[in-house]
Design a binder for this molecule. Structure first.
Ligand SMILES: NC(=O)c1ccc[n+]([C@@H]2O[C@H](COP(=O)([O-])OP(=O)(O)OC[C@H]3O[C@@H](n4cnc5c(N)ncnc54)[C@H](O)[C@@H]3O)[C@@H](O)[C@H]2O)c1
Length: 338
């Protein structure tokens, strides 16, 4: 394809504008020609900010437009499967925000629809494209730290979402730890077993929603390595995103990122400003790079870097984690079939 890849963005809420910005300024081989949202005013605001020439109030109008090559799917998760089926049938390539669905049956149907149509689908596990985490993976792959034995992720949000967000989100394992389950696979390979614990320590409202605001998962990898993920919905000092792997020849660790590197030394203490506050500030490069790689995969007919299968595995892990908490026992992923 010699011309630019023509995109339609579906959904102008929190994440839609992030991808609109990439298409506007950081993807020279692509352009966003339309944005759709059932809340037309939201779509109009994003269109004005990023000079998107067309605004519509339905996903269908974008999908059925023969002038559109690909969609960026940024509507709520429970709408993804239906839109993917329609878009694949219409021959559109699909960049779908994570997760494809909370239902394994819907994920399988989406993967089948995309395969049958011969279009590409990439899933938005953006943290894989963060330079720190890419460097950690390189260390593991190259044997730089020997055989990885112990793995830890700390992943804590600065503040909890509104309680109304929780129930449709699927809860802490499907909504929040899902990124960390993906990171665990990305860095260490397949997981075989999850043993999880959840607690309500930040806001009692989480209990009424049958959810947790604090959780730990212990993972057993197929390689024999073991690891932990810890999540909290409240980290008073900002977005706490760290990884450490201990291998037979050494250790690799990533620290939080900051908006500046200033160190203030006073009479009583030495200090820095706080780390980035949330994912928009912490991960902008990864959001740009994932979409750039999708554009490249479509234009050059290369495999996408994050596949439908990659989107299924962390959902299995999240379902296993919830089952583990409910049944107070380690759960093998092989037990999860729906
Ligand atoms: N990768 C990440 O870090 C990340 C971060 C945030 C959200 N997400 C994912 O992105 C998706 C959207 O999340 P969000 O936080 O932006 O949600 P949001 O609720 O802020 O925005 C969704 C938008 O979609 C619109 N919408 C709903 N149904 C629609 C339809 N059928 N057609 C067109 N527009 C429709 C809504 O009006 C809303 O403006 C979710 O799957 C979420 O998991 C990923």
């Amino acid at each position: 394809m010699s011309r630019k890849l023509r995109f339609g963005i579906l959904g102008a809420g929190r994440i839609g504008p992030v991808h609109a910005e990439t298409l506007a300024y950081r993807a020279p081989q692509a352009e966003c020609v339309v944005i759709a949202d059932i809340n037309l005013a939201a779509a109009e605001a994003v269109a004005a900010r990023y000079s998107i020439p067309n605004v519509v109030d339905s996903a269908t109008a974008v999908i059925d437009d023969p002038g559109i090559d690909a969609i960026v799917l940024c509507t709520p998760t429970n709408t993804h499967a239906g839109i993917i089926a329609h878009a694949a049938q219409a021959g559109k390539h699909i960049f779908c925000e994570k997760p494809v669905s909370q239902s394994l049956a819907e994920i399988d149907a989406s993967i089948a629809a995309v395969e049958a149509a011969g279009v590409k689908m990439q899933v938005g596990f953006n943290r894989r494209f963060d330079s720190n985490f890419m460097r950690v993976r390189k260390a593991v792959e190259s044997g730089e730290i020997g055989t990885p034995n112990l793995f830890h992720i700390v992943s804590r949000d600065p503040f909890p979402p509104p309680l109304s967000y929780l129930r449709p989100s699927g809860g802490i394992f499907l909504d929040m730890m899902i990124h960390d389950f993906d990171m665990a696979r990305f860095l260490m390979g397949e997981v075989e077993e999850v043993f999880a614990s959840g607690a309500v320590l930040v806001d009692p409202g989480f209990a009424a929603e049958d959810d947790f605001d604090t959780a730990i998962a212990m993972l057993k990898f197929a390689s024999g390595a073991i690891g932990t993920i810890d999540n909290s919905r409240k980290s008073t000092f900002g977005y706490d995103q760290r990884v450490e792997i201990l291998g037979s020849k050494g250790k690799i660790a990533t620290e939080n990122r900051y908006s500046n590197e200033v160190v203030v030394s006073g009479e009583k203490c030495v200090y820095t400003d706080l780390p980035h506050n949330f994912f928009m500030q912490r991960y902008p490069e990864s959001f740009a790079l994932e979409l750039q790689m999708f554009v490249e995969a479509v234009l050059e007919d290369k495999p996408v870097p994050v596949t439908g299968a990659d989107s299924r595995a962390p959902v299995v892990m999240a379902l296993a984690a919830r089952k583990s908490v409910d049944e107070r026992r380690p759960v093998r992923l092989a037990e999860i079939s729906s």
